[in-house]
Design a binder for this molecule. Sequence first.
Ligand SMILES: [Zn+2]
Ligand SMILES: [Zn+2]
Ligand SMILES: [Zn+2]
Length: 258
Amino acid sequence: MGLSFTFLGSGTSYGVPMIGCRCAVCQSTDPRDRRLRSSGALRSGTTTLLFDISPDLREQALRANLDRLDAVFLTHTHADHLHGIDDLRGFTRLSREMLPLYAQKDDVDFVRQHFNYIFDDNHFYLGWGIPRLDLRVVDTAAVQVGDLSVQPVPLRHGRGSAMGYRVGGLAYLTDCSEIPKTSYPLLQDLEVLIIDGLRWREHPTHFSFEQAFAEARKIGAARTYLTHLAHDIAHAATEKLLPKHIYLAYDGLVVNCS
Ligand SMILES: [Zn+2]
Ligand SMILES: [Zn+2]
Ligand SMILES: [Zn+2]
């Protein structure tokens, strides 16, 4: 099974550059320092999955030539991972099919409540002007979508939780500050680990670089990519400082995996 993962966005919640910031990274001309909000598309030969629904989804989809999705997997409900939800109508307008959106039980409830216009039958007169979403709960059981088996990987994100996802030899673990003991067995023999690495300084709800390095060593993937990067990370200068087999994500980067 050949997989390719496209980083649609690699930035933290504000995006990079941040509005009004005059720091060196926010003014950088290196395209790798321009980061839309974090999300990714995973493609096999026949199946395409979207991880998270960034507020930048429309621009990301256009940039990556993404016009068909088989399912969406939500990591958690923070705005930077969810608020592009209305733009999913671009996909369901074309497919004329309900699009499965998988999330943890509490997150499914949150989405239904906060975006009730999508799920309220009284609004169905809007037809395909709204995204047609089929909310589905994930717990710890693998979910089959087309030719892909998606294994949820529970994570801690500050005092809350987030869901990581593993498909084949690749795991996508954004927005986490702790990996529960019970999740490590789900992360054995990885080829590609994509993990939250916000910045060098510590943060209450995200892994710092040093913490992400420690997790990368513990998990032992052949290659590790740091994502959800803040505006204090200059790509070119920082990549020289990283341990072997650890890389910085950037928007548009495509990673292949078996
Ligand atoms: Zn986030
Ligand atoms: Zn800045
Ligand atoms: Zn978050």
